[in-house]
Design a protein around this ligand. Structure first.
Ligand code: SF4
Ligand code: SF4
Length: 165
């Protein structure tokens, strides 16, 4: 049984829970989940509310990609927003590494703030503001390429010392 789904159903602010199903087993699981059970404790409800609150820090991009065609910089906006959301939700170490692996002209700091994307976004996301904040978050985070270079340098030094002995 999916406790998170059932827990959402017991929150007074939630009027309906949409749960996707791909096969008969998943449907049976969902039926079992929503057939009831013990109410969640206050502590469990607080944990769920905390998770929901932290998710509100992100933006509701549905990856429809309406915004990408008109971007003069050719940015993969939904992919960048997914990274932004991951970093907002929790400290996601993989995101800075993923961004550093992109060509410089495809990173969020390449956004020129023209607003062409925001004008067509059905979710009314202020995409230029997201790109700007995401760039700042990345600039203030660890530089993974530099950390890897330092580690490799230290390992090389150690190897040389061992070879001399
Ligand atoms: S505001 Fe940035 S992300 Fe949006 S279309 Fe312009 S350059 Fe692309
Ligand atoms: S148009 Fe809006 S919702 Fe659609 S992919 Fe772009 S940012 Fe996301």
């Amino acid at each position: 049984m999916n406790d998170t789904l059932y827990g959402m159903q017991t929150l007074p602010e939630v009027s309906i829970v949409l749960s996707g199903m791909s096969n008969f087993e998943q449907m049976k699981d969902n039926v079992a989940t929503f057939s009831g059970g013990d109410d969640l404790s206050d502590e469990e409800k607080n944990i769920l509310a905390g998770i929901a609150d932290s998710m509100k820090a992100g933006v509701p991009c549905t990856a429809c990609r309406y915004c990408t065609e008109g971007c003069p910089m050719g940015l993969d906006i939904p992919m960048l927003i997914a990274g932004y959301n991951d970093m907002k939700f929790q400290t996601a170490m993989a995101v800075p590494m993923q961004m550093e692996a992109l060509p410089a002209e495809k990173r969020p700091e390449s956004c020129i703030g023209c607003g062409a994307c925001a004008a067509v976004c059905p979710q009314q996301i202020d995409i230029p503001a997201v790109m700007s904040e995401f760039s700042e978050m990345l600039a203030n985070g660890p530089n993974w390429a530099e950390l890897c270079r330092q580690r490799e340098e230290a390992a090389e030094k150690l190897r040389a010392e061992v070879a001399e002995k």
